[in-house]
Ligand binder design. Sequence first.
Ligand code: NAP
Ligand code: MG
Length: 402
Amino acid sequence: MEKIKMQTPLVEMDGDEMTRVIWKMLKEILITPYVELNSEYYDLGLESRNDTDDKITVDSANAAKKYGVAVKCATITPNAQRMSEFKLKQMYKSPNATIRAILDGTVFRAPIIVNGITPLIPGWKKPITIARHAYGDVYKNAEHKMPKGSKAELLLTDKDGNQTKTLIHDFSGSAGIVQGQHNLDSSIESFARSCFNFGLDTKQSVWFSTKDTISKQYDHHFKDIFEAIFEKEYKAQFNSAGIEYFYTLIDDAVARVIRSDGGYIWACKNYDGDVMSDMVATAFGSLGMMSSVLVSPDGVYEYEAAHGTVTRHYYKHLKGEETSTNSVATIFAWSGALKKRGELDKNEALVKFAENLEKATIKTIEDGVMTGDLFTISNLNNKRKVNTEEFLKEVGSRLMNG
Ligand code: NAP
Ligand code: MG
């Protein structure tokens, strides 16, 4: 069989621990037998980041900018314990944060749905994709404890040095706390465009929610920016694609999401997205079934699994014990990236291959062959638990015969 050729490289970002083990097996079993893989490889494993003072991460993000499509393996975000474990020169930032800052992107997380795994909300039939605005608000705040008798004011200084002061609270009656937050029009605009582009890309409506009734300046500004960009740049395209933009108050959004059957993108402010994405992931089943894609406002796509490096399984693997780690989200990161690469290059064979890879993966689980995490929640009768490598081989045999 002739292998599928790729005109333009895909940026490949390797990672750490169990997902690094899966990465290598996945390529050998599911990709390179079928595709003449044209990738520009960046090793974002922690040793390599340390050897290059993290320059490798920046280089990989710039390569993603250049080629437009990347696929990333999960990586360790160092903490104090990892500093000594890996004898790191510094406590590097999370690679995802570094890449996101360079691409100015929005992360979209969506569950992979299969028969036999019923969401905890049984009405959810289609994926709910959460888009989290990953800049500002409480994540870049200034906060203070306020002793009794103190006073907090908001002091603004304009470019000419003129000042205005607003009282936040007079703490004469009780001690307390105070917090300052900000966001940027440029960041909210990028976020809005990424969401609308991704809606068009995936033919899904976009919902957006804030607390604009209470926060009449701050949250209302998010609402105004989304509306202005939609009206001016996207309305006509949404109409012809048969999708809609829907704004509602966050409380109403939460109620509607629970009652819905899914199939839309829910754009969330930073904190809402942080919290709601964990709720949605849990309700859909397993972290191993959550895919994630970073989309920049100018159309760069970086695909990955939403989960981490699955450290606990890796230590079992190192001891020579058998693991049953779910590779589905990582397979979908690869299929997503190959499909996008194929679409951009008008490479139909590559698009078709990526679609077949996804079908073979879903068919494997629906045939009852699954890893331990799914085995415990699947309601199929004929289910069988397999190890990490067996699962990939089972997908491989269906890909070959499908
Ligand atoms: P994790 O790797 O997502 O794993 C947490 C637990 O979730 C696992 O121990 C496992 O539960 C279950 N799990 C997650 N993915 C699974 C899969 N594919 N198959 C089966 N079970 C799965 O989170 P963590 O242990 O908190 O973090 C480990 C490392 O990953 C950290 O160094 C962190 O910095 C990094 N991280 C990276 C990213 C990223 O690169 N995007 C994201 C998050 C975390 P059981 O142990 O019960 O089986
Ligand atoms: Mg969270």
